[in-house]
Design a protein around this ligand. Structure first.
Ligand SMILES: NC(=O)CC[C@H](N)C(=O)O
Length: 189
């Protein structure tokens, strides 16, 4: 059985847990340094507030061990704030793990469009209901990054090897297709 670690310092981690458990994965919530160990098969970085998560990751001395594991190939899915944590460059902000060669822009849709929903095609997944909440988008995807979904001309899903970054929140829908894609296409390959 797959064992996934879910960063549970803040944000929408419980919803990821529910979704992964529905798909048969075993989940461990990562709240402190000792929760993060090498026998995890995958990692999920939830939505929430990236500046708060970054601060806590640093204080709890989780930042470097997680960065090293991602660099060593541990499959990771980052949603919304989680995508910001993965990005190499954060326009107008600081990077955290910096393992995914993309530039993201935070709170990128302006106040009027702070939150919205749309249905869009995602490569490898199909039509998917995307929920955006004060979301970032990927402004630039560098070499080796595969763009998986675009909405309104903006990149909202991308993959770089075993790293999956999403600007929206698949865990807040009832649709498990992206979590299934992560397990089957990224974790099992
Ligand atoms: N829903 C979210 O995860 C929002 C992300 C948040 N705006 C940030 O910058 O971290």
């Amino acid at each position: 059985m797959m064992r996934a670690g879910i960063l549970a310092l803040q944000g929408a981690f419980a919803e990821h847990r529910n979704m992964l458990e529905r798909l048969g994965a075993d989940c461990v919530e990562i709240r402190q340094r000792t929760d993060f160990h090498e026998n995890l098969d995958a990692l999920v970085l939830p939505g929430g507030e990236s500046t708060v998560m970054r601060k806590l990751l640093t204080e709890l001395e989780l930042l470097e061990p997680i960065r090293k594991s991602i660099e060593a190939g541990m499959p990771v899915m980052g949603t919304c704030a989680g995508l910001i944590l993965l990005a190499e460059n954060v326009a107008g902000g600081e990077s955290c793990f910096g393992t995914m060669p993309v530039t993201v822009r935070r709170n990128a849709y302006g106040r009027q469009l702070g939150s919205f929903q749309t249905v869009e095609e995602m490569k490898g997944v199909g039509q998917f209901p995307m929920t955006f909440i004060r979301a970032p988008y990927i402004e630039e995807a560098h070499d080796g990054v595969e763009v998986l979904a675009v909405t309104g001309g903006r990149i909202v899903a991308a993959r770089y090897g075993s790293q999956l970054g999403l600007a929206f929140h698949p865990e807040l829908t009832d649709n498990p297709d992206i979590h299934r894609y992560f397990i089957e296409e990224i974790c099992r390959k």
